[in-house]
Design a protein around this ligand. Structure first.
Ligand code: GN1
Ligand code: MG
Length: 376
């Protein structure tokens, strides 16, 4: 069943064939997505239709500008390398008027991508090789964008990974206490007060010129990688909404936070939540090997900090949203954002415990892949 609304919206895009189905797909905490199936003489054509969440993205046209310029750039690089751009990067399908989005009667912004067929996303890691490949793909994503004109990117969510400010935002939410929830999470709030200084560690290094600002993805969850059903290769990095100038350690770290955790992001049994070191190792091996030659020594050295701080940051964002009344992240049950915050806090605690081990693993792969590069 296709609703009249979705049919009307789809008609405003340059899609091929006749729309025969529109299936809602549950994906991410932010945007609403449908898979469109269109009948053409050459068989079905698949598309992803998405409503851009305007509470999160205040200027959707700037998000689309970034996505269009980045995917065009990647397209050309992939072609030059002899790859298949239709499967290895997102392709924006223009609206009938040529724009990269369509605004419906309610003022909602919609966009369409070519749906990449024969590949899947996963919420949990199916096998170690997939994870190595995902690490490689996120590392390569940065490498491919190393010479992208960074000054042309819009800051679509200002201070997105400004961890110092994220913690301050949490403390402001506590002050406002919009729903009267702050008192019940006093211990959690204290957890962040004790970590205020280290939250700014990487930002301070960036400000001091010790870490370069790169074109980064900024939302490197494992389910933002499409894995080829046949080969198991990490085919395509998706969800480019937050491509912005950022720190490579945060891209690495956010992927570790999600994929190398022993548990799902909202696990309520905290005894199940820890950093799985064998998953950590797999992802790190892939990422470091793709990023060697690009990342500086200092960037490599701080990768474990990226994981620890980005996990702390997201925990603070979930807790702030819980205190504010669940306005930002979609929730599926009562206290969902609080559960998510507690789970991420448990992961931070475990990373603190295992930190020397994390550093040793990163160092090992850095040395290995540097030796390989020198031999060539
Ligand atoms: C959101 O798009 P999605 O749902 O994967 C969020 C990320 C968080 C993530 C946590 C724009 O990402 O920053 O890390 O949830 N995206 C935005 O699962 O805020
Ligand atoms: Mg996203």
């Amino acid at each position: 069943m296709i609703s009249d609304k979705i049919r009307g919206i789809a008609a405003n895009f340059q899609i091929e064939g006749t729309l025969k189905d529109a299936i809602p797909i549950v994906q991410g905490h932010i945007n609403d997505t449908y898979r469109l199936i269109c009948d053409t003489p050459d068989g079905d054509r698949l598309y992803a239709l998405q409503a851009i969440n305007q509470y999160v993205f205040r200027q959707p046209q700037l998000v689309m500008d970034n996505i269009c310029s980045v995917t065009r750039f990647l397209h050309d690089k992939i072609v030059a390398a002899g790859g298949d751009p239709a499967r290895e990067t997102l392709t924006v399908v223009p609206a009938v008027d040529g724009k990269s989005f369509y605004i419906d009667g309610d003022g909602e912004y919609w966009r369409v991508y070519v749906y990449i067929d024969g590949a899947s996303t996963y919420d949990t890691v199916q096998n170690a090789q997939h994870l190595y490949n995902a690490g490689y793909a996120f590392g390569r994503f940065q490498t491919m964008l190393a010479d992208f004109p960074i000054e042309t990117l819009h800051d679509t969510i200002p201070d997105f990974h400004n961890t110092r400010k994220r913690l301050r935002d949490l403390f402001d939410a506590v002050e406002r206490d919009a729903c009267g929830r702050a008192a019940s999470v006093a211990d959690e709030i204290e957890f962040f007060r004790r970590r205020e200084k280290e939250a700014a560690y990487l930002l301070d290094m960036q400000a001091a010129g010790l870490l370069p600002t790169r074109v980064t993805h900024n939302d490197t969850k494992y389910n933002n990688i499409m894995i080829d059903d046949q080969t198991g290769e990490a085919l395509c990095v998706i969800d480019l909404d937050t491509v912005m100038p950022g720190l490579s350690a945060y891209d690495y770290g956010d992927a570790i936070r999600f994929a190398a955790s022993s548990a799902v992001e909202d696990e309520t049994d905290l005894s199940k939540v820890y950093l799985d070191m064998s998953l950590f190792e797999q992802f790190t091996g892939g990422f470091v090997s793709a990023a060697t030659g690009l990342l500086t020594d200092t960037e490599m050295e701080v990768l474990p900090w990226g994981a620890r701080i980005i996990t702390l940051e997201l925990a603070s964002r979930f807790l702030a949203d819980h205190i504010d009344g669940d306005k930002y992240f979609k929730i599926h049950r009562e206290n969902h954002n609080l559960d998510r915050a507690r789970c991420q806090m448990a992961l931070v605690l475990d990373m603190e415990k295992r930190f020397p081990e994390m550093e040793a693993i990163c160092r090992k792969y850095m040395e290995q892949s540097r030796a390989k590069l020198e031999k060539r």
